[in-house]
Design a protein around this ligand. Structure first.
Ligand code: N01
Length: 894
């Protein structure tokens, strides 16, 4: 029966009938309400099944004292209807739970939603009926439901976590959970109250409970970072922005990283002085806005452990200066996770509450809870008699409400619980292979809890309803993610998780708060805007990664992975594509040099090293410039002779400056970047001969340069990799210098263009095939090209120094780099390869832009240190697992 006919008799059902419906939705919170509205508008019959007896979802259940939103309420609102926006005015910057619940009730009434919501109804099982191509739902209240599509709008933090403490049942006093707070008033005045848990719920509730209770004892296992909310009226500047351009403001939020329209910060911590950083921090502290402090201080605070530590230290200082008792202050100060890796909280008087005489903090790290007894709580060291225990112990987040609440059986009777036993597998955080026509709103694998939920919910709802509409128009009855698409999404998720520090904390984001739960970063960490563009791209590419079937239409399946690039590479390439630059070769050689210089000037400055010295070294035709980077550590250091990239035509020390600085810091070696001469003014073999001569001179003048006497190392990127490889061959054949190892990053090694990577990556990855042709033509005539001084792959390879060869998947030069490494190995040379998945030609030299290149550079540095006979050093910055931080989860290997 067509869904349209079903729609005509939707909603009405009796106890014995099965309610026939197009779409069933679970949950009447922010997501379920908007879904119902959109589904109806699109002409679908729909029912919402809601366990509670009213709308509100999370805001229905979490009614504890102090419950408020912690995204500014003007941002934490529906945006789909401008009239709704003008019909409702929030009274505060951060609205209270009762006000948000009133808002959701207002929305339900305004769109007459309640008539299609079955309150007090819990779904007890959901089973996919292959024959009917429909879901059958059983409920604990009245009729079953048969639906074409089943949508979980169950929220991410809906399934409370059991307290996991012995003896709760023995306690004779009152027990409350923040996540299931009673509707009737809870009287705490004059009582001895215990609160267990110091996440957002505990931190919001504790100051208000302290005001009422005779005594409050807080049992803290892990301290959390909290910032003052500075609640009050909505800030005038934000309101002015919104009111100045309503549509523009909302659109900016949709494409932002966190779902709130703040610009992207580009300044990194080491570009700021201590005073500048403090000034930015004090402003953020006074602003009282989580997204602001998480995104606006310096660009590396969320991606680099060192950049993050600078901010964390400033917050720690605030805690110490607020809490009078030093021991309590120390216990309240987090040290086990980077700021933001665990969900930070917004508070009102949280730290100051510990200065009250009626508040005691118990540090469970020093005295763990042994049991709950009839009269209170006993730790390893003492007993606490209390009248009331409040559990603010959190949730089985993201998967709890979907996986554990009721059995969901998909194709072939497969249970979602089993499929997710080792962690949630999804495509886009919206769908699961093997579960046709099942959707999740803000499911694991989508930005969800790392974003302004209101924005992410609207995006998901719109995407799903638009897809259902398109399916109906095309005659499709079922949609299902493919295994390949889902596996690709898992890889992309892992790649994204390398971009942030979430993997360095034990949190509910990773499942670590629930004993026995599979661990991995569950939300999508790539940002709201990039995620939206990916969802749109899936549609644009003919529903890539989905199989669509229907009774009277041929199956459609455009299988594949939606993102194969590293997430930051994708952003860089998208940005370059938007610039619609003419081909570099169309500028002519000088024009191209000028363009590259201008382009490079816009990059983040390289990180500081001990010393940078510009000098010249002699060559047969006059002096060549060089730039020397010296580590800050005491020398003498081994010397690396470095050759920049640029197709023998472009580039200079400045163009590869960030890479040299980074590698100098990571290796602890001197890098001397050589200014070899360029084509077309100086054609083959000038670059090769200059490179060799420079390496020889540098090795002979090691002492003068402050370096270690002995073998040098060589390194180079692109055409510089070519010169480095050639230098090794010439040094072997011409009696020195001695070279301890070679690092070849995306090197040019051969003059044939018929390897697959030249065809796979013709355009779209910055270094194009035609640009390579142009470089070759400017540098060498066809007659010269087989000379090993430009095609080292054609030279003799025995007797060369050990090599570390880096190639990138989306690079025309990929296969010749791999061929060179393979040929070196075949010639008996010790060679290691890094074949970087999802990277492009410039990934490793775009330091501090392509963050996912960090792990590759760390490995290059390790190889160089091995070549030089130096001990390995702990990895730096983003790579470092700082002391005290838990082990990484789900770190992607490139
Ligand atoms: O839960 P949590 P929450 N013994 O998991 C401790 C959102 N939210 O309800 O960290 C002793 O953060 C646990 O300790 P540890 C927001 O996204 C938003 O507070 O596991 N302690 C932790 O301290 C938030 O992040 C708002 O070592 C135990 C606490 O209980 C998310 O919901 C308001 C324990 C749980 O903290 C969850 O917040 C509230 C045990 N057995 C919530 N088990 C807004 O402002 C757990 N703990 C919008």
């Amino acid at each position: 029966m067509p869904d349209g006919m079903v729609a005509a008799r939707a909603s009405e059902s009796t106890n014995s009938e099965t309610q026939q419906i197009d779409v069933a939705v679970v949950g009447a919170g922010f997501a379920g309400l908007y879904l119902l509205h959109r589904l109806r508008k699109a002409g679908f019959s729909a029912v919402v099944l809601e366990e509670a007896d009213d709308v509100g979802g999370t805001w229905y259940w979490n009614r504890y004292p102090g419950a408020r939103c912690d995204i500014q309420t003007i941002d934490y609102s529906y945006t789909f209807d401008p009239e709704l926006e003008s019909a409702w005015k929030w009274s505060e910057k951060y609205a209270t739970q009762p006000e948000i619940l009133r808002y959701l009730g207002f929305v339900a009434d305004r769109y007459d939603l309640r008539r299609d919501i079955r309150f007090g109804t819990k779904v007890t099982a959901a089973t996919w009926d292959e024959g009917a191509q429909r879901w059958l739902l059983t409920t604990d209240n009245r009729a079953k439901v048969s639906c074409r599509h089943y949508i979980m709008a169950t929220g991410c933090l809906s399934a409370p976590k059991p307290p996991e403490i012995e003896g709760v049942k023995d306690f004779k006093g009152e027990v409350y959970f923040t996540s299931r707070w009673p509707h009737a008033e809870v009287k705490l005045a004059g009582k001895r109250v215990a609160v267990i848990g110091t996440g957002s719920s505990g931190i919001q509730a504790i100051p208000l409970i302290a005001e009422q209770a005779a005594h409050l004892t807080v049992f803290q296992r892990t301290p959390n970072f909290a910032l003052p909310a500075h609640n009050g009226p909505a800030p005038a500047d934000r309101l002015a922005l919104l009111e100045g351009d309503h549509a523009g403001y909302r659109e900016q939020a949709r494409w932002s990283l966190g779902g709130v329209p703040w610009p992207q910060q580009t300044v990194v911590s080491w570009q700021l002085s201590d005073a500048e950083r403090r000034e930015r921090f004090e402003k953020a502290w006074a602003t009282g806005d989580l997204i602001y402090i998480l995104t606006q201080l310096w660009a590396d605070q969320a991606v680099d452990a060192d950049g993050n530590a600078l901010l964390a230290d400033l917050i720690r200082e605030k805690i110490r200066s607020t809490v009078h008792d030093p021991e309590t202050a120390a216990a309240l100060t987090p040290h086990d996770h980077p700021f933001g890796a665990k969900r930070p909280c917004l508070d009102t008087n949280y730290y100051a509450t510990y200065n009250r005489p009626n508040v005691t903090l118990v540090n469970l790290r020093q005295e763990p809870i042994k049991a709950i007894t009839s009269s209170g709580i006993t730790t390893d060291k003492r007993g606490f008699d209390v009248d009331v225990i409040v559990f603010a112990t959190g949730f089985d987040a993201m998967t709890g409400a979907i996986r554990a609440v009721h059995p969901i059986k998909g194709r072939g009777g497969k249970s979602l619980s089993d499929v997710w036993a080792h962690g949630p597998q999804t495509y886009l955080g919206l769908t699961v292979a093997g579960f046709p026509n099942l959707f999740m709103i803000t499911g694991p694998g989508s930005p969800s809890v790392l974003s302004n939920m209101a924005v992410s919910i609207e995006q998901h709802v719109d995407w799903v309803v638009d897809r259902l509409t398109a399916m109906r128009e095309a005659g499709f009855a079922a949609i299902e993610a493919t295994d390949a698409a889902q596996a690709g999404w898992a890889r992309h998720m892992a790649d994204c998780s390398m971009l942030t520090l979430h993997r360095l904390a034990n949190t509910w984001y990773t499942g670590a708060n629930v004993p026995g739960k599979a661990q991995g970063v569950m939300p999508y960490t790539g940002g709201v805007g990039p995620y939206r563009s990916i969802c749109n791209e899936v549609v644009g590419q003919g529903m890539l990664g989905f199989r669509l079937t229907g009774p009277n239409v041929p199956e459609q399946c455009n299988d594949g992975e939606i993102v194969r690039l590293q997430p930051d590479v994708r952003l860089v390439l998208n940005m370059l594509a938007e610039m619609k630059l003419p081909p570099l070769e169309s500028f002519g050689s000088q024009g191209a040099r000028d363009f590259v210089a201008q382009f490079n000037a816009a990059r983040p400055a390289g990180r500081p090293v001990g010393e940078v010295v510009d000098g010249t070294l002699p060559s047969t035709d006059g002096p060549l410039p060089y730039r020397l980077y010296r580590p800050a550590t005491p020398g003498p250091h081994p010397i690396v002779v470095y050759f920049h990239g640029g197709g023998w035509v472009l580039g200079d020390a400045q163009s590869d400056d960030p890479f040299c600085r980074d590698m100098c810091r990571r290796t602890g070696m001197i890098f001397v970047s050589v200014g070899y001469r360029h084509a077309p003014e100086h054609r083959f073999p000038t670059a090769a001969e200059d490179g060799y001569a420079a390496a020889r001179w540098i090795a002979e003048h090691a002492t003068e340069l402050g370096g270690k006497v002995g073998p040098v190392l060589v390194a180079g990127w692109s055409a510089g990799g070519n010169i480095a490889a050639v230098t090794c061959q010439l040094a072997r054949d011409r009696g020195g210098p001695q070279i301890a190892g070679q690092l070849l990053v995306c090197p040019v090694t051969d003059c044939t263009f018929d390897r697959p990577s030249y065809n796979d990556n013709v355009t779209g990855y910055f270094l194009t095939r035609s640009l390579m042709y142009w470089f070759w033509d400017l540098y060498s005539s066809p007659a010269d090209r087989a000379d090993p001084r430009v095609s080292p792959l054609r030279g003799k390879l025995a007797g060369l120094p050990p090599a570390y060869v880096v190639t990138c998947e989306f690079d025309p030069l990929r296969d010749e780099g791999i061929a060179y490494a393979d040929a070196l190995a075949a010639a008996g040379i010790a060679v290691e390869q890094l074949q970087a998945r999802g990277h492009f030609h410039s990934s490793f030299t775009m330091v501090d832009v392509v963050i996912t290149g960090v792990s590759g550079r760390a490995r290059m540095a390790e190889a160089m240190r091995r070549f030089a006979g130096l001990p390995q050093e702990p990895r730096q910055g983003h790579e470092s697992v700082r002391q005290g931080l838990p082990r990484e989860v789900d770190a992607a290997a490139n």
